[in-house]
Write a protein that binds this ligand. Sequence first.
Ligand SMILES: [Zn+2]
Length: 87
Amino acid sequence: MKRADRFIEEYRKLGMTPELHFKATCPKCGERPQFVEPNTFYREMECCHCGHSFPFVKGGFSAMFTITGKKHLNDLQASESNDKVKQ
Ligand SMILES: [Zn+2]
C-alpha cells in the first residue's frame, strides 16, 4: 500500500512512529475488522465479528502513534498551545 508507506514515512521524519492497523469491511456482516499486528496485512482477512474469511483487496487503516523521545512530546505540547492562542 503506497498510501500507507507515505503516511509512515511522513511521520518518521517528525520523529514519530505510527502504527497502522489495516482494516476492511466484512462482506458478510458489514463490520470493520482490522489486523491485530501493526503495519501488516495479509491477503486473507478473518472477520473478528462473525468469523467469515474474505480476501483483503482494498481497505483503509487506522493509525496509532508511538511517540519516541521527550523532546518531541514537548514540541507537540508547545504547538498545541500555539494553536489555542491563534483561536
Ligand atoms: Zn463479519
